[in-house]
Design a binder for this molecule. Structure first.
Ligand SMILES: [Zn+2]
Length: 479
């Protein structure tokens, strides 16, 4: 019988914080920009320049720590991690080794109905490096220091995960917590959230960990899941063939679904860490922590409970709306104007999702104002337009954020509410379609639908189907 193995996974997640300026200087953190335009002597490592800590970085780090049940290190320090790389102009990175700002936390995940807490070993603050741009045509490598000094937090989990599904659930949970806090947009594809996967294999029941490898260059949840599966198989093959797994850093190539060794995995001692001499230790008061705690938003789990209690929405709707802070904000703002949660949810779940899909956009791209959606819902309730027209109006709200009242007026969409005019039209339709009338009288109720259709056509769609049905039935039943 072949042996049974267990996969042991821990994650190191780097998150770029949403501060306007860098961690140790006043340069902009804006993504993009012409190369080396967001730079100064500090973030390009010029001799004699001195770092000054950005207070907002500490606040975001504490915020994430509190939201992930960590204890905050009230006396914390920065350390210097020494290494040479062309995108690292100081030849060291200012990071934290001995006294990271947050420790011993956890987040709760759920996979297939099974709940589990994933431990957080620590969260530390550090600066990002620049970027090397390889130009194969010119056979040169250039360096862009715009990213150098962008603030990061690194969230180091305990090796508590056992499958790709648990890893994705953990990352989703972290992403939502940080997005709700506004501490980062957490976009894997733009690199504002990056996950390195530490993975080892051991026999089920073993108490010691196997030798782990670290995988880098994972820029989507799908890539992470594929990389985990491939690495698991690779390590089991090595063990089964009697060889030993080598501790190393591997780079994942998602197109080829294959990873290759980058370098042997280094330990902390290889970096000759020492206390950063250019920065004073940070002292974090109880009051400061309390203030940050008070300012924490309502997170997803709490929102889900409240939406169920207050709005009685289907679980499916609640799941989707709260899965994005942006969408939850739109929902809440719309119902603060028109208190019709089910209607609002229907527009978000139905037409909004359909339009996003057809335009290949994500919920984060929704740009219409809640007040226009709220007004559209009220207009429908006032009976001014029917649902078919409302869909057209909504499409224009979705695309161009139009004012629904103006749009309806400009396109002459207002409904004929004059029952007299409607009755005259219906009488004409009935007179011109004796066969359908006879069919209806003979018990073919379908014929009624045809007559409604003819009336709507004659009214150019500007009639309320409910009124048409009512008047038509009255006329037919009296023949
Ligand atoms: Zn700078």
């Amino acid at each position: 019988m072949s042996k049974e193995y267990e996969t042991v996974i821990g994650l190191e997640v780097h998150v770029e914080l949403a501060t306007k300026t860098k961690i140790f200087c006043g340069c902009s953190t804006a993504f993009g920009g012409a190369p080396n335009t967001h730079t100064c002597p500090v973030c390009t490592g010029m001799p004699g320049s001195l770092p000054v800590l950005n207070k907002q970085v500490v606040e975001y780090a504490i915020g994430v720590g509190l939201a992930t049940n960590c204890s905050i290190t009230q006396y914390c320090k920065f350390d210097r991690k020494n290494y040479f790389y062309p995108d690292n102009p100081q030849n060291y990175q200012i990071s934290q080794l001995y006294l990271p700002i947050c420790r011993n936390g956890h987040v709760d995940i759920e996979v297939d109905g099974v709940k589990k807490a994933v431990g957080i070993h620590e969260i530390h603050m550090e600066e990002d490096a620049g970027k090397l741009v390889h130009d194969e045509w010119e056979n040169t490598s250039l360096v862009d220091f715009n990213r150098s000094g962008v603030p990061l937090i690194e969230i180091v989990s305990e090796p508590d995960m056992r499958s790709a599904d648990e890893v994705i659930a953990y990352l989703e949970k972290l992403r939502l917590i940080i997005q709700y806090l506004g501490a980062s947009d957490c976009k894997l594809n733009e690199g504002s959230m990056r996950a390195d996967v530490n993975l080892s294999i051991r026999e089920v029941g073993a108490t010691e960990f196997g030798t782990r490898t670290e995988m880098k260059n994972l820029n989507s949840f799908k890539a992470i899941a594929r990389a985990i599966e491939a690495e698991k198989v690779r390590q089991i093959d090595i063990i089964e063939s009697g060889k030993e797994v080598v501790q190393e850093t591997r780079r994942w190539n998602d197109d080829k679904e294959y990873s290759y060794a980058m370098r042997s995995k280094e330990d902390a001692q290889d970096y000759r860490y020492f206390p950063e001499p250019d920065l004073v230790p940070i002292s974090i008061s109880d009051e400061w922590i309390a203030k940050i705690k008070d300012a924490q938003p309502e997170f997803r789990d709490e929102k889900k409970v409240r939406y169920k209690e207050e709005y009685d929405l289907p679980e499916y709707d609640i799941d989707i709306i709260t899965n994005s802070k942006h969408l939850a904000d739109i929902f809440e703002e719309t119902i603060s104007i028109t208190n019709k949660p089910k209607e609002v949810s229907n527009w978000l779940m139905g037409d909004t999702m359909k339009l996003l899909k057809s335009e290949e956009k994500s919920v984060e791209d929704i740009s219409f104002s809640p007040k226009n959606l709220a007004r559209l819902i009220d207009i429908i309730d006032e009976g001014k337009i029917n649902r078919t027209m409302a869909k057209e109006v909504f499409e224009n709200i979705f695309k161009d954020d139009v004012d629904p009242d103006k749009y309806i007026e400009e396109h002459d969409m207002g409904m004929v509410s004059d029952d007299g005019a409607l009755k005259t039209t219906i009488e004409e339709i009935v007179a011109n379609n004796p066969q359908s009338v006879a069919d209806y009288k003979g018990g073919k109720t379908k014929a009624m639908g045809f007559l409604v259709g003819q009336t709507m056509k004659a009214m150019k769609g500007k009639a309320d189907p409910a009124s048409v049905n009512k008047i038509l039935k009255g006329i037919l039943d009296n023949i």
